[in-house]
Every structure is written in C-alpha cells, then in structure tokens.
Design a binder for this molecule. Sequence first.
Ligand code: K7E
Ligand code: CUA
Length: 662
Amino acid sequence: MKKVTLSMAVAALAVLMLPSCKPKNAGTAVSAGAAGKAYVAPGKYDEFYNFVSGGFSGQMSVYGLPSGRLLRVIPIFSVDPEKGYGYSEETKPMLNTSHGFVPWDDQHHTELSQTNGEIDGRWIFANANNTPRVARVDLTTFRTAEIIELPNSAGNHSSPFITENTEYVVAGTRFSVPPDDANGDVPINTYKQNFKGYISFISVGAADGKMDIAFQLKCPGVNFDLSHAGKGKSHGWFFFSCYNTEQASTLLEVNASQRDKDFIMAVNWKKAEEYLKAGKGRKQSVKYAHNVYDEKSHTATSEIRTEVTVLDASELKDICYMIPCPKSPHGCDVDPTGEYIVGSGKLAALIPVFSFTKMQKAIADKAFEGDYEGIPVIKYDAALHGEVKKPGLGPLHTEFDGKGNAYTTFFVSSEVVKWSIADLKVLDRVPTYYSVGHLCIPGGDTKKPNAKYLIAYNKITKDRYLPTGPELSQSAQLFDISGDKMQLILDFPTIGEPHYAQAVAASVIRDKSVKFFKIEENSNPYVSKGEGTTKVVREGNKVHVYMTSIRSHFSPDNIEGIRAGEEVYFHVTNLEQDWDVPHGFAIKGADNAELLIMPGETQTLKWVADKPGIYPFYCTDFCSALHQEMSGYLRVSPPGSTVPLSFSTGKNYPKADSTAAK
Ligand code: K7E
Ligand code: CUA
C-alpha cells in the first residue's frame, strides 16, 4: 500500500510539472488520500445534488456529490421507455411542438430557480437546442412539469439562464433565421438582409412557475451563444455572448473567425419592460406549443399559441449595447457581486473581464466606437476591467467561489485555471482528463456560491475507464477546492454529453420530495380508485380498460372479447399509498414502451390488437415476493367476432364453457 502511495505521489508531481500536456497514464493522477474525500458510506446521503445536462441524450441526470452516485435520470426532451415518458397517453403531449410530436432533443444547460440571487430549490430549467424549447422540472417530483416552444428561433443554445428572482428565463437563438412570419423561402446567401436573431424573455409565475413568453427582442442576425443575468448592482441587465458577427452562412470555422472581436450584447431588460408597457411592441403571428403536466390528473395538455410581442432592438435604441469581445466568445459569466462580466473567446489567448460600472459610464458618456446594425458598440477599453494574460488555450466557461476568485475551463489545454478577479492573476491550474467543457461549483453562478467542490465536465474520456468499444461515456471530475490548491478526488462517467451542470446543498431540496400521489386527489378521467370500479368499455373501435394495480395483481386480469384491429387503452391506476412502490405494465407485441406507474397515479398505454390470440401482460417492476405472479391475459378474437366483452379478477372468473372459442 505504501509503495502505491509513493508511486502515485511521484506521478502526480510529474503531472503538475506538465500542466498543458496529456499525461500518458492519467490513472495515477489522483493523490493519495484523495479518494476518502469522495467516500460516502453505504446508507449515508450525499451532501449535494448535482444536476447535469445530458446533451444529445435530451435528458438531465442527477448525481450525488461527493460520491458521484447516479440518483436519477429525468426525461425532459427525449422519450424514455424506462419510465414510459413520451409513450404513455398522459405524457405524449409534453413532446408536442409546432412540428408535431418530437421525440428527441439536445439538452445543454441547466438553471436552478433563484430567490434573491440564491438557489431556492423549487425548479430547474432546461433548454432544447435543436427544436427550440425551454422546460421546467419540478423538484418536488423530479419530473418535467412544463415545456414551452420558442418561435422565431433555431438552435436555442443561449438558454435557460435566469434573473435573480426567476422573473425571466431567457432563450437566445443560436442560429439566426428569417422570422416565422416572413417568407423563409429565401436564398441562404441573403443572410445579411433576411436572417434575424431573436431573444425570448420567458416570464415565470412567482407562485406556480408557469412560463409565458413575455416578449421577444429582434436583434441583428448573429449566433447567440451563452448568457447570464446581471445580479446585485447589475440586476435589470442580461449579457449574451455573440459570434459569427461576420454573418457567414458557410464554412463558419473559417468565415465566422475573421473578426478580431465579436461581441457581448448587454440587454437592459427593465428598459424593455418599459417599452412593452408603453405599447412599443409589435404583435407578430407565430405558432408555438405550450405543454403543461398536471400532477392532479397526471396528464399533460398541449396548446398551440399564435402570437408573440416583439421589440425591435435596432429601433428602440437604449435596450441593447454591444461590447467588443475577443475572438468568438463562448461563456458569458457574471461574478457573484454582479460587477464583473467574463467573456471567454474560444480563439483568444486572454480572458477579458468587463466592469458593469464602467459599462454604465461608457453608455452615459456615449463612449461608442460606432454601431452594429443599429446597436451602439461601446469602446472596448471603456468597458474593460482588465484581461487575464496567457491563462491557457481555448477558454470556455467560468464559475466563481464567492471569495473573489474565478475558475475558467480551457478546452484546448485541458485544464481548469483559478484566477483572482481583482488583480487578474493566475493562482492555480489543474489538468483535466480531457478537454473540459463546462464546470460547476455549487451556486457558482449565483450571488452565494458554496465553494467546497468544483466539477469539470469533460468531452474526451480516452483511457480513464475500461474500454467499451468505440464509444466511451463522457466523464466528470470532482475537485476539492476548499484549500488554495484544487485537488482531484474523483472521476465519474455521465449519461449523454454533459454541458452545463449545477449543484446545490441537498438540504435545499431533500425534504420537499413528494413520496407518493394521494389517490383521493387523482382527477385523471380514467382513474379507478378501487377494484370495485374497474371495467372494460367499448367505444366504437376503441376499448378502454380501467385497471388497477396493487401488490400483487391487476384488476381485471382476464379480459376477453377484444377484436383484432381495435385500439385498446390500458388506464392503469396504482392503488398503493406508500413510498417507492411503483408498478409497471407491459403487454406482448406493444409497439410502445412500458408504463411505470407511481403510487396514486394513473397512466395509459395504447396498444393495438394486431391478430387473434392470447396476450399476456405483466408488472415490470419487482414489487413484492409475488411480483412474478402479477400478470394477466387478454384474449383477442377476429374482427366481427361475437365473443362478448368480459373482464374478471379472481372470484368473478367466468366458467370454462361460457367463453369457449366458437
Ligand atoms: Cu460550452 Cu452547449 Cu454550454 Cu457545451 S456549450 S461545453
Ligand atoms: Cu407490481 Cu411487480
């Protein structure tokens, strides 16, 4: 053991000496004793929840920290057969859009709701990057409660960042496109004339979290990348990084990297609210879906909305200002005081830090160097606090510890660099394995960071885990940052590709968790609140099965008289009233998923009887010692059959001859 410790220490030293190289055997880069810091004994709870975006999985996953244990995968934008999400009749409307049912998306950023600039543990928001949407997840159930689509947008990347009291969630379009009410059938090379960049301000109901597009800002055609709200002294402002200010539409890797500086766009949203009140908005006709899940009926509804109010940023001169920012900025991060705005130019060899106070002065003094498509451009030096010189290669994202320090990820040089905001000096750097994208400190983008840990979310895994064929999972790395130096203490694989993630003390969320749904409050139109009300009803070509599940049987568990070609709807109510007793439901031949029904809930599976025969169904969740007995049979007869529709459970089981095949 001692020998291993020594060799580990030597290897760690070697790594420290080569901060920007990828060590050959990175496996030994964890220093001795570090693992103990990530150890959470069996049966003990973790200290933090870590909500991690799932990238191309379309989901969000929840880990415990410091253990790195996977606690849950929350389906948001992609169907999840494990939970029946997007497969049950009740959840299908959640994935409705103006393009119809969309079963997948690309989920990049998470944002926990805040009160007074601190995480309040009520909701977490998520963006869909491909078919532009924002979702709200309820943290009492860890389920998606609402999804709103965004008109005039394409590639909702700069999202879902929020203001300090969750007044607004924003969504800046990654791809500028012709507005939805314009003729979009235009040559692509007319980008400069026809393509516009829209930013949506989604209001959030203070009590219930309900989202609504309060207004959109029509901006020049560029790519909006990331954003963060002002806080404290800069509350009332929002900052968005922009690239492709060249307005290229082809070979962006070259053509969108021409200008020395792109922009961070500062938006005075309080001013925008004034213009909105003064009636300066234009009503634009659009089409977007708004989907809400109701936890009383356990059912989602989807509504298509047709109007949005647009404020034109180049006409209303004092809403937006451009701040030049070196070389294709990506991350746009605001420190806990709200004074400093950090831009991370992907191709820049420095990190510019802007001062809110100086920016305000520059606006008052009209220290502009001109305008960009009607938006005033502030002089770089007039807004600049200073630059971090030679911090690393390829800066992407920054989080804060609330003690005056910032931590920035460097994709190209694979490292996290800690630097001081006041004097812009580099204080520490640690290698990541490999090519880090986002990072997270609990509360690291709020007014009150809880800076015990830092997690790096890496794009490349290579030799960190046992090989699993050509595809390797992405990897997160946990660092202890309680001391002056960052210390690596754990690697853990992630689900999908992690982009932004957030963490919060478990105590903020833990005790609000719903344990089961009250059956007496279940208002699903197809609920059966006891076995006595279970039934099978034919309505034209549809058959509705009102079914219950309780340890360890279904009612009914024998169903006859179904005709081939009929649509059968199994409305299954889980009668249990106890924590952690779901029942599942699956039937042979279903071109659908299972249902996984929580106690007190009703969920519906649609199934089409394709040909005559006997179809077993069963519970998929091992719920009791007699779980394997939790099953039933459904008999399908040919079309036009005279076998009467019947159903039974146990004692009202029909006599053998009464239902003999004809
Ligand atoms: Cu840097 Cu989509 Cu936030 Cu990923 S983005 S890393
Ligand atoms: Cu119910 Cu297994």
